[in-house]
Ligand binder design. Structure first.
Ligand code: ATP
Length: 307
């Protein structure tokens, strides 16, 4: 087990940031930590990194206690924090060379520049880099010593879609090399795309844990189906398997259902027997975002819980 926590609790004065978190994470893949502002994600990752102390409970990262064996742990984990500061008067090459000097063992700087796609900017001052390039450098700083576990806290926050996608490709490449990445993010579609496992946290507690596919399936959410036809259609036979009619505008019909296949099969029959022709058919399956919003409820309520 690469990360294990038992009944992990962290209290700040009258605020409970973590309220008994039990986690078991095995090596390999990308594990996403999701939750609204104030849910406790940063507190959790910083406890795992040995930067904050738990109030009670147990933590083990790579078999070490982060609070007491922080030095040994630093050699084996790589972190990009929300608070990571990058020396702005150095070039990416110099920054990475400096970071390499902190460790007994490190990757060649050129190799890291290549992994994070910064070769073209290697000798420019980091103050001139874009937000996306700076985040890629922060990822490079985290992986310079080839750590067994990478922890990235909102690495794509504030990036434009192209820069975010570039970072996604780097994370997927790192995963392809067999690395383990713990990632916090507010972008649900990012978690759905990248993560093998998603842990959702609300008010300091784990409220869902599984692969995106499992979580969406377990939630039993409904698909939406839009149907456009030519001719006059009676939609009643389409209300099979619990499908619900969500209204119509002209020849444009909308249904929600937990069993979209049944509606599609019924549609074939309706087209045949009612003599109408299909001009368009669209379907939207439930997504991880639907599951997230259902579990997280009202965001106003979530700023830690009183002790
Ligand atoms: P975000 O998504 O905004 O980064 P988060 O999920 O990382 O939020 P945390 O930063 O861990 O959440 O905060 C959890 C709760 O603990 C919040 O209510 C926050 O106000 C509180 N908190 C965090 N750090 C401190 C601190 N140093 N002192 C007092 N309260 C804190």
């Amino acid at each position: 087990m690469i990360i294990e926590t038992k009944s992990l609790r962290r209290v700040y004065g009258s605020t409970v940031a973590l309220n008994g978190v039990d986690l078991c994470i095995e090596a390999g893949g990308i594990i996403g930590l999701l939750g609204p502002n104030g849910a406790g994600k940063t507190t959790l990752v910083e406890i795992l990194e040995g930067l904050r102390m738990p109030s009670s409970g147990e933590v083990s990262v790579l078999g070490l206690d982060p609070a007491r064996q922080g030095r040994a742990l630093k050699e084996r984990i790589g972190a990009q924090l929300q608070s990571t500061t990058i020396p702005i008067d150095l070039t990416p090459f110099e920054v990475l060379r400096l970071y390499a000097s902190f460790y007994e063992r490190s990757l060649p700087v050129d190799r890291v520049l290549q992994i994070v796609n910064l070769k073209a900017k290697a000798n420019k001052l980091t103050r001139t880099l874009s937000g996306g390039q700076k985040q890629r450098l922060a990822i490079g700083m985290a992986l310079i010593h080839e750590p067994e576990l990478l922890i990235f806290d909102e690495p794509t926050s504030g990036l434009d879609p192209a820069a975010r996608r570039q970072l996604h490709e780097i994370l997927l490449d790192l995963k392809g090399q067999g690395r383990t990445i713990l990632l916090t993010t507010h972008y649900i579609e990012e978690a759905e795309k990248l993560c093998d496992r998603v842990v959702m946290i609300r008010s300091g507690e784990v409220v869902a844990d599984g692969s995106p596919f499992e979580l969406v399936g377990r939630a039993g959410g409904k698909s939406t189906i839009w149907i456009d036809v030519e001719g006059d259609m009676d939609p009643a036979p389409l209300l099979v398997g619990g499908a619900e009619d969500q209204g119509r505008q002209g020849n444009h019909y909308k249904f929600t259902t937990a069993d979209p296949a049944a509606t599609i099969v019924a549609l074939g029959e309706v087209l045949h027997t009612q003599g109408v022709s299909l001009t368009d058919l669209r379907m939207r399956r439930p997504t991880l975002e639907d599951v997230y919003l259902e579990l997280m409820g009202d965001p106003e309520e979530d700023e830690g819980v009183p002790a």
